[in-house]
Design a protein around this ligand. Structure first.
Ligand SMILES: [Zn+2]
Length: 235
């Protein structure tokens, strides 16, 4: 009896691991490159005026980054979205409502993805091909929806932990100390958990950290590219 239960448990565990691995198949965590290139990415925006401050910092350093935008914020701040695109940065999709997506159905996921893609396309003229799952959580529904839309999930290999660290120097050192060629760096210019786009807190620390990160990594010989460019370099 105990042997049978153990066998059933083993089958269930193996099946669960199989589904988990499949859900994340195709997702990019880091790029296989040998040269010193990395990608700065920003989630949960736009969040004016912090998104604008970030654009100013990136322009001052002549760096292009990738912004994963939340659909609700795209609706609320269309001018900010246009400013990101006009500055030459890459735009990706970060869902419409920023719900954790392990349990959502394929239909619900398609709604989240397509709605946000349409909003972005109407403002900047193209549909994003890249998606970052909120909280990095990816379930079967999301995997099927991404495959159907031919979109790629972009995770991250390095983070400034800026959802809990508020000192710009500490945010920057968390990134700089864990960097390696091909790193995808996660930072935030907005707040995913805030349902009212106008009620978002400051991201001044992340903006200041960005300048420190760029200067420190350039001193080590790194250059910055968008996620799309990083994927191309890894082929
Ligand atoms: Zn987020």
């Amino acid at each position: 009896m105990i042997g049978k239960i153990a066998a059933y448990a083993a089958v269930i565990i193996v099946a669960f691991i199989g589904v988990f691995v499949w859900c994340y198949s195709g997702a990019i965590v880091t790029a296989a490159v040998t040269e010193k290139v990395v990608a700065l990415t920003y989630d949960d925006g736009p969040n004016p005026p912090h998104t604008q401050a970030l654009l100013d910092t990136l322009e001052r350093h002549s760096v292009k980054a990738t912004f994963f935008l939340k659909g609700q914020n795209v609706e609320a701040f269309p001018e900010s979205v246009r400013a990101v695109a006009k500055a030459g940065h890459e735009i990706g999709n970060h869902s419409y409502s920023h719900r954790p997506m392990f349990s959502l159905s394929k239909t619900e996921m398609l709604e989240e993805l397509v709605r946000t893609n349409r909003l972005i396309e109407n403002l900047v003229g193209y549909e994003p091909l890249l998606f970052r799952p909120p909280y990095g959580i990816q379930g079967p529904g999301l995997k099927m929806a991404l495959d159907e839309l031919d979109m790629t999930s972009i995770l991250m290999s390095t983070s400034g932990l800026d959802w809990e660290v508020t000192d710009p120097k500490l945010i920057a050192s968390a990134v700089v100390e864990s960097i390696e060629p091909g790193s995808i760096i996660l930072l935030h210019d907005g707040h995913g958990d805030v349902s009212d786009p106008s009620a978002q807190d400051s991201r001044a620390a992340s903006v200041e950290a960005t300048g420190i990160i760029i200067e420190a990594l350039r001193a080590q010989g790194y250059r910055f590219v968008t996620v799309g460019e990083l994927i191309q370099l890894s082929k």
